[in-house]
Design a protein around this ligand. Sequence first.
Ligand code: AVJ
Length: 319
Amino acid sequence: MSVLPELTDLQPTPDDITGDVLAGLARVPKRLPSKYFYDRRGSELFEEITRQPEYYLTRIELALLEASMAGIAAAVGPRAHVVEYGSGSGRKTRLLLDGLEDPVAYTPIEISRSALLASVERLDREFGDVEVLPVCADFTQPVPLPQPRRPADHALVFFPGSTLGNFTDAEAVRLLRAMHQTMGDRGGALLGIDLQKSPDIIEPAYNDAQGVTARFTLNLLARLNRDIGSDFDLDGFEHRATYVEDAGRIETFLVSRRAQDVTVEGRTFHFTAGEAMQVEYSQKYTDPGLAALAAQAGLKVVEAWNDPQNWFGLRLLQR
Ligand code: AVJ
């Protein structure tokens, strides 16, 4: 059976992307939204990042999920409708759906249609009893949840990978509020969060020796050139990722190698030599920090699981 007829498609249009890019380039300092990293090539490059030795996040989270699954299943309870923000490669999803008690349905909400379809096809075949209800959309916007044929007891939002960290605190609170609405007052959210630790561990994860992360960052420009007709020169920019200890986050920039102009929709933007355009934050959390964000969204951290080194955590949030 094809999943295509069931796909709810709210994928951002070229006009949405152009609007965001024009707004970001008009800011001082210039800024591009990291959500547009994930076209087909960007999703592939991200998968390649997760296989780099320096990028500890995915390996540790997978092991942590596996080791904590019995406790997670007990805390979450049976017959959940699992709603994943960003479908990714499906490896974490598989562990979760395998470990939970009688999950009813699985709804991935994913901005990249190709990544969504690929992961949904595999999961649909593997989990015959779980109704798969994919939604292609930007999860920073409110998303209507499809209703499973067999009613679920509650919704469980699954947001792994420390992707919450790609949002500023203000954006994260808005997202957690939307998540709270989506899951309802009886639901929960299972978040993966990268924890604060030595910069000597964090910074190399975003500056791998193979240069995969640099290619991932630059692919944003290639994607924009293709989809909205901008004329960024990929050789004119370089990747820079720095851990800012005060803020507890990686800040990633595309730095202009020379003075140059870029045109988007007939509008010209000047870059000076060395000008840094902000493209991604990757926030690293403390427990009080996360609890404060959750509280602003009317949520509490009710369970916590860390790996043995306390590098990465899973947190269950409920009302
Ligand atoms: C999307 C949160 C999983 O910020 O660590 C990886 C994206 N960017 N390397 C992160 C990313 C550069 C990643 N997550």
